[in-house]
Design a protein around this ligand. Sequence first.
Ligand code: GAF
Length: 379
Amino acid sequence: MSGIGERLLGGFAEAFGGQPALVVRAPGRVNLIGEHTDYNDGFAMPIAIGQETRVGFRAGSGPLRVTALDFGETDSFDPANPERVGGWRDYVRGVVDQLRQAGIAVPGGELAIAGSIAKGTGLSSSASLEVAVARVILESVGQSLDAVQLALLAQRAECDFVGVRCGNLDQIASAATTLGHALLIDCRSLALRQIAMPADAVVMIVQSGVVRGLVDGEYNRRRAECEAAAGILGVASLRDADEAMLDAARGRMDENTYARARHVVTENRRTLDAAEALEAGDLVRMGALMRESHVSQGKDFGITVPFTDALAGLMNEAIGKDGGARQTGGGFGGAVVGLMRKDRVAAVRNAVLESYRTPSGEVPLICIETPAAGAGPVA
Ligand code: GAF
C-alpha cells in the first residue's frame, strides 16, 4: 500500500471509525502543450502524473461529513442542499451539487480526502479532487458516467459552484488518461487520442516555487480577452480562427487583444504538431514546439513570470535539442515541464540544482513522472 493509501485509511478510521466502503484515486496532470486553449475549444495534450488525490467514502444517512486529512480540516453539510462556504470545501460541495442536478440522490455518510499534489503548483489538485469525489459517490450509488462525462460534471462544479471559469483540460486529464500515454484532447468535439510516450522520453517537473496567487482573477480575465477577440473576428471561439484571419483583423483590435488571440491560434497549431511529433518519437520537433509555446505564453499571453522564464531557459539549455521545457498549467508561476531523453536527466537535474533557487532561496522540487492511468477505484 502506498503512503497516501495508509494515510487515507488511517485518517478515515480516526475521524469516523472503521473503513471506507470504497476508495477512488484521481491523478493530477501535467500539460505537455496546449495552454489556455481548452476554453477556446482548442487542443491540449496532458499526461496524468503519479501525484494524486484519494477519496474514501462510506454512505450513510444524515449529513455528509468530510475530513481533509492534509489540512486537518473538516466539513459537514446536507447533501440535498450544498451551500457555498469557500475554500476546498466548495470543490466537494460543488460536485455534490452537480450530481444532485444530474438527478443523483447523493447520500450522506463519511468521506475522507488525502492528496499528494501540492496546492498552487499547477498540477491540478482541485480537478483531481473533483473527479475523485464524483467517481466515488457515483460508484457508491451504483451509477456510472463515462470518463469524459464525469470530467465535464467535475468541470461544471468548478465553473458554476467554485466560480473559476476553467476549461475542461484538467478534469479530462484526470479522468480519461491511460497508463503510459499522453492524451490529445479536442476540447470542442471531446475526441481523445491516446499517444504512447516514446520509450526513451522522460518527463521532468520542476516547481518554480512561485505559488500562483490571485490567479483566478487573471485567469478569468484571459478568458474574457479571448472571448473579446473571437467576437471581433466574428467566430464562435478562437478555435475557428487562423493566423491569416488574425492578421487581416489586426487593425480592428488593440495590440493586447491581438497578442492574446495569437497565442491561442498558434498554440492550437503547435499542439496538433506536437501530437504528430510525439507519436513519431520526434523529440527534436516536440522540444522546439515546447520552447515556442513558452515564449508565446510569455510574450503574447502574459502568463509567465521571471522565475519560470529563468527555469525554462536553463532547462532548455541542459536538455539540448532532443526535447524542451515550458511553463505548464494556468500560469503566473507553478511548474515547468521538461521532456528529454533519458540520458539527459542527470545533467538537467544538476543544472537546475546548481543554478535555480525559488523566490525564498530554496532548492526547487524536482520530480520525474511516467504517464499514469486516469481515475479509478483502488483495490
Ligand atoms: C487551468 C485551467 F483549469 C484549465 O482549464 C486550463 O485552462 C489551464 O489552466 C491552462 O491551459 O489549469
